[in-house]
Ligand binder design. Structure first.
Ligand SMILES: C[S@@+](CC[C@H](N)C(=O)[O-])C[C@H]1O[C@@H](n2cnc3c(N)ncnc32)[C@H](O)[C@@H]1O
Length: 270
């Protein structure tokens, strides 16, 4: 039943986001939709980094299948120079974001904060079942987002982070140094360029996944030096990078694979 509902919702999501700018690939859209539609724990969904609202709309529409969580999105949405072009002229980043949510019919599903993640953190006290980090990908910012918000992930909740396989140092470093090496994260993987992992307060709940995480860590670690370089690799270095990256499993994930990979920790399942 879930697979059928999810598949119908995904088709609708794909159509809705066609005209929303952003970097999420179709594989990543389907992963995020699955994570929002199939809760593994109690709590809300937090998005750090919304831009034009592409992932915001995916999460807002998919979570309707779960009917459990609020969606909170944070982005300072600074205006670009020159100002972004909307379909009917130049608009502020905020106006474009709001226009996209409204067109998708999800304005009422999103609690938006136009600010930086670190400015909201001091007052943040809401438990999270899904933390989606897609803000500033530099190491200091990604690490700060992880340190400030990961402690709010509930038992069995999921952390997902974009651009682990893209050439930014923050995402791959936090994913390898703070997530794959932590005894509190269990099931973990990569889908497209999204790194994800399931959090457990008791490391015993996560320990079964240690060998799988170790394999993934060993496949990712050789990429770190490339992601920390400002220049793109050339010649043989480029070829080596491409081969190393291709070795990291990052295939599309089907709903049944997701449900088998994660454990569910909800009051109704207790
Ligand atoms: C890669 S884009 C997000 C893309 C969006 N998730 C999507 O799927 O289309 C990164 C966004 O993060 C925002 N950002 C940068 N630093 C941030 C911070 N500390 N807190 C919240 N948002 C931040 C930027 O303004 C930018 O809009």
């Amino acid at each position: 039943m879930f697979a059928q509902n999810y598949s119908a919702s995904l088709q609708d999501i794909r159509k809705t986001i066609t005209n929303i700018d952003g970097w999420l690939t179709d594989r990543e859209v389907s992963f995020l939709a699955m994570a929002a539609a199939h809760p593994t724990a109690e709590g809300d969904i937090l998005e750090i980094g919304s831009y034009r609202g592409r992932s915001t709309v995916v999460l807002a529409k998919a979570k309707q299948l779960a009917k459990r969580s609020e969606l909170i999105a944070i982005d300072p949405l600074p205006n670009e120079e020159p100002m972004a072009e909307g379909s009917d002229g130049k608009r502020t980043a905020r106006a474009l974001f709001e226009h996209n949510l409204q067109t998708a019919g999800v304005s009422d599903e999103v609690e938006f904060h136009q600010t930086y993640s670190y400015d909201l953190a001091a007052e943040w006290d809401r438990p999270l079942r899904l933390l989606w980090i897609d803000g500033d990908h530099s190491y200091p910012s990604t690490k700060q987002d992880f340190d400030l918000y990961a402690p709010h992930i509930t038992n069995g909740g999921v952390l997902a982070m974009h651009d682990v396989l893209s050439r930014y140092d923050g995402c791959i470093r936090v994913f390898t140094e703070d997530i794959l090496t932590s005894p509190h994260f269990g099931a973990a993987g990569i889908c497209g360029s999204i790194g994800w992992a399931q959090y457990w307060s008791n490391p015993e709940d996560a320990s079964f996944y240690a060998p799988q995480k170790q394999d993934l860590l060993e496949q990712l670690l050789p990429l770190v030096e490339y992601h920390c370089q400002t220049e793109s690799p050339r010649g043989l270095a480029k070829l080596r990078y491409k081969l190393l990256r291709a070795r990291v499993p990052h295939r599309r994930m089907k709903p049944d694979q997701w449900i088998q990979s994660v454990k569910t920790h909800l009051a109704s399942h207790a």
